[in-house]
Design a protein around this ligand. Structure first.
Ligand code: PLP
Length: 421
């Protein structure tokens, strides 16, 4: 089935929901068992069914099935935020003494989580250049548990060398995890290019209206085989003492999500609220339509900015002049490049002035909202970072970042015109 159709119907059987057209919100903490035997069977995985909303929920379940189908995966699991999706994806494979290899172009929250917070748990991160991955292979060792990158990165707006990364990872049988938040499932599906695990912050384009925080992890088909005799991933093929000796690879359910659910959601519990799942289901219904529109408007605005005498440069992979243009054409649907764009103002003060004089753009550090957003990273999100590190991360004192919404681009261009005047 095509994506637009999956996004509307996937994972929901109306007969399970009293015939309701809108997926019902199962606003409940727990579920009644038929009897003691039923309860025992559920805990022993002899029978599948809901026990407690920290682990599963019927509304969340619809979103999980729908997303797995949309990304071409075998299973998905929702968590309470994009950050927790990243943490669980890593914690599912790595432990003290292990390392992961992460892209040099990542979301700020992912950088602090993966380089600082998990270091306190004994997991170290090495950094590779995701634009060409030439330095990836030499960094892989026997304790490397994952390679983590963003398909289209936020805030650098760069596209990873996905094919190369995947082929190096496959050669060494190391798991790849791709954050596909900015490209979105509408434009790109990492699993179709051989990626093992996909994560999203569903707070962004999935929700689409800036009304709920959420995260999701999706695994490809065939990961059970990948884990089966692997020494690197021995947790999956040796008994889990925390689950009375369960061996995940002996369970005929997609193992990656299964282990996140049975071990990590059980113990750490960053589960998604059923009401948020419902909001995200509403958003997902129109994902393709919206991301097409976000992309088309952003390209129009990129062309306008590129021709403006007071704009020094524009970074948008939909522009032919952009260094990521060929990758956008290669990987993304119709070469569309989503709604993030940045440009360089004449100087620091000018950048701040643009932020202050734009009227339609709200000064917000979110992305993927239906309303257009603007930020000056150097004086806000990245103000604690020294200038040389900033520039290394691709952020200049003059950088202005926009997340283009669904307003008519004529109005957005008019607003930018007066802000740049
Ligand atoms: C926002 C974002 C995250 C974090 O997601 P939250 O839902 O805010 O926790 C992770 N990765 C990317 C690319 C993001 O844009």
């Amino acid at each position: 089935m095509q994506k637009e159709t999956i996004a509307l119907h996937g994972g929901y059987n109306k007969k399970d929901g009293y015939g309701t057209m809108s997926v019902p919100i199962a606003q409940t903490t727990a579920y009644a068992f038929r009897d003691a035997e039923h309860a025992a069977n559920l805990f022993a995985l002899k029978e599948l069914g809901p026990i407690y909303t920290r682990l599963t929920n019927p509304t969340t379940d619809v979103l999980e099935q729908r997303y797995a189908e949309l990304e071409g995966g075998a299973a998905a699991i929702c968590v309470s935020s994009g950050q927790s999706a990243i943490f669980y994806a890593i914690a599912n494979v790595a432990e003290a003494g292990d390392n992961i290899i992460i892209s040099d172009k990542l979301y700020g929250g992912a950088v602090t989580l993966l380089t600082h917070t998990i270091k306190r748990f004994g997991i170290t991160a090495k950094v590779f250049k995701s634009a060409d991955a030439a330095d990836l292979e030499e960094q892989i060792d026997e304790n490397t548990k994952a390679i983590f990158f963003e398909s289209l990165s936020n805030p650098q707006i760069a596209i990873a060398d996905i094919e190369n990364i995947v082929s190096i990872a496959q050669k060494h049988k190391v798991l790849t995890i791709c954050d596909n938040t900015v490209a979105s499932a509408a434009l790109f599906n990492p699993i179709k290019w051989g990626v093992d695990v996909v994560v999203h912050s569903t707070s962004k384009y999935t929700n689409g209206q800036g009304s709920a925080i959420g995260g999701i992890i999706i695994e490809r088909d065939g990961l059970n085989e990948f884990f089966k005799d692997s020494k690197r991933y021995y947790h999956f093929n040796t008994p889990d003492e925390s689950y009375h000796g369960l061996v995940y690879t002996e369970v005929p359910l997609p193992n990656f999500c299964l282990r996140v659910r049975l071990a990590l959601l059980r113990d750490i519990g960053a589960s998604q609220a059923p009401h948020n799942s419902w909001l995200l289901i509403q958003g997902l219904e129109t994902l393709s339509l919206r991301v097409d529109k976000h992309s088309d408007s952003t390209l129009e605005i990129a062309k306008y900015l590129e021709s403006h005498p007071k704009v020094k440069s524009v970074n948008y992979p939909g522009l032919e002049s952009n260094e990521n243009y060929n990758k956008a054409q290669k990987y993304f649907k119709d070469g569309k490049a989503s709604g993030l764009i940045s440009f360089e103002a004449e100087n620091y003060d000018e950048a701040k002035k643009i932020i202050d004089t734009a009227k339609l753009f709200s000064v917000v550090v979110n992305i993927g909202d239906s309303k257009s957003l603007i930020v000056h990273p150097a004086s806000t999100t990245h103000s604690q970072i020294p200038e040389d590190e900033l520039i290394e991360a691709g952020i200049n004192p003059t950088t202005v970042r926009l997340s283009i919404g669904l307003e008519n681009p004529i109005d957005l261009i008019e607003d930018l015109e007066q802000a740049l005047a």
